[in-house]
Write a protein that binds this ligand. Structure first.
Ligand SMILES: [Zn+2]
Ligand SMILES: [Zn+2]
Length: 314
């Protein structure tokens, strides 16, 4: 049984610092940083030069890779926050859009102006907002109909494309556990929750020597389902960062979820943001103690090996 060393986790919490107003590259910063920077959220330090708004975006830097995870709710605010954090969107390795909701996708318009050809991983959806296509065989034929009542006058193209608000974007669609760079794996889930049933979502797993760091956009399928889908990558979940979708859940549900993450899934730390909810912030802080990492807008969360998470049990 894994017994997280909470005193060591405290170092993560203490090491999390605000990027707002700071130099993009602080003096003495490592040449290849290992951190997650929160670029878009509705809570954060009052003195932050960044603008708070509902939505989520974060930059992951690990092992020399620079990955943008989600793009926020408003392209102009996203642009301002990216600038304030000193992030250069032209040097990204790739982008992950967790799901189709506007509070995660709207900054794509700014991203594509700055870096139109960047590879963007998105959930595969039959008729999704990211576009796609189906073979012409997807619909049943009625050969006896007159031509003007038949689709494409009875002569469809081999592939029927579906449009997208971002027609030039280099989307790559993902619907299975997919490793996209060394130690970087996309974890797909499908929601079975009323209101978002069949909504597809990608979470982002970063393998570190201390266990995986799991970035989540909204966890619409339920955070336990997301963790269950990520465990095949690495059974040690060192830190969950992002939205846990408990903003309107009663305390009893939030408490049950926090305990399940800690005691059933042995999650060592949480850096909750976005749709986790105000009661959720309090309950996760209480449940995880030193394993709770504040992650308001502008926070830089260190994820280097040995930067706070307990060592893997022998
Ligand atoms: Zn959502
Ligand atoms: Zn959201």
């Amino acid at each position: 049984m894994r017994l997280p060393c909470r005193s060591v986790l405290l170092a993560v919490a203490l090491a999390a610092t605000s990027a707002a107003g700071a130099q993009p590259r602080a003096a003495g910063a490592a040449a290849s940083p290992a951190r997650v920077t929160v670029l878009y959220d509705a809570f954060g330090s009052r003195s932050s030069a960044m603008t708070k708004d509902w939505g989520y975006a974060a930059l992951v830097e690990y092992g020399g890779a620079r990955i943008l995870f989600d793009t926020g709710n408003d392209a102009a605010i996203f642009a301002r926050n990216v600038h304030a954090a000193g992030v250069d969107l032209r040097t990204l390795d790739f982008v992950v859009v967790s799901h189709r909701h506007g509070d995660h996708t709207s900054g794509l318009n700014h991203l594509l102006r700055v870096n139109p050809r960047v590879k963007i991983y998105a959930p595969r959806e039959a008729y999704g907002v990211f576009g796609g296509s189906l073979p012409e065989s997807f619909y049943r034929r009625a050969d006896s109909l007159p031509r003007e009542e038949r689709y494409f006058e009875g002569e469809p193209p081999p592939s029927i494309r579906h449009g997208t608000p971002w027609p030039g974007a280099a989307f790559v669609f993902v619907d299975s556990l997919t490793t996209v760079a060394p130690g970087v794996t996309l974890v797909p889930t499908v929601s079975d929750v009323a209101g978002t049933r069949e909504l597809r979502e990608l979470s982002l797993s970063i393998r570190t020597p201390d266990g995986q760091v799991l970035l989540v956009g909204c966890s619409h399928a339920g955070i336990e389902r997301v963790v269950a889908a990520a465990v095949p990558v690495d059974s040690a979940v060192r830190l969950i960062v992002g939205g846990l979708h408990l903003a309107s859940a009663p305390d009893s549900v939030v408490e049950r979820t926090a305990l399940a993450l800690r005691d059933r899934w042995h999650v060592q730390g949480v850096a909750p943001g976005h749709c986790t909810g105000e009661p959720g912030f309090a309950i996760f802080r209480r449940t995880f103690g030193p394993g709770f990492v504040y992650a308001g807008l502008g926070t830089r969360i260190p994820i280097a090996a040995g930067s706070g998470a307990p060592a893997r049990p022998g």
